[in-house]
Design a protein around this ligand. Structure first.
Ligand code: FES
Length: 149
């Protein structure tokens, strides 16, 4: 006797092999998406020049001669002298800790490097001077500090 013809939809059951293949495809898709994102981030990461910032420090008249001024975030110091205004990053050139201003020099709390008031190295392990920063005066008499780059 022939089997009766079934008109209902076929079973939606998935075999174990198909299930594992589906999981693998999903994982490969996620790994590809993550890798693509990382690669895109790598190639679009801004170069150091693009991360630089300009900071308006206000009128030049706010500074007093030979009275160093720390930026509020402590990242740089301005030193007005008779020959002009100098600015230094307070990031230690050894491994990047923030150096402390000690009136006559700068001291790094991490490994003890010391820098003179002109940024030169007095004592290592740092072997490069503090980074000098560019300063310019705007048309309205404000000091503009260029960070980064
Ligand atoms: Fe300043 Fe090492 S980070 S001495």
């Amino acid at each position: 006797m022939p089997e009766p013809l079934r008109l209902d939809t076929p079973s939606r059951a998935i075999s174990r092999r198909d299930f594992i293949a589906l999981i693998w495809k999903g994982l490969l898709w996620m790994i590809s998406a993550l890798g693509g994102t990382i690669t895109l981030r790598f190639f679009t990461y801004p170069a150091p020049d693009e991360r630089s910032a300009s900071i308006d420090l206000g009128p030049v008249s706010n500074l007093s001669l030979n009275e160093p001024t720390l930026l509020p975030n402590g990242s740089a110091i301005l030193i007005p002298t008779a020959s002009g205004i100098k600015a230094f990053s307070l990031e230690c050139t050894h491994l990047g800790c923030q150096v402390a201003y000690k009136r006559t020099h700068f001291v790094c709390p991490c490994h003890g490097s010391e820098f003179a008031i002109d940024g030169t190295v007095i004592k290592g392990p740092a072997d490069r001077p503090l980074q000098a920063l560019d300063i310019e005066t705007s048309a309205d008499g404000h000091l503009i500090l260029r960070m980064g780059g």
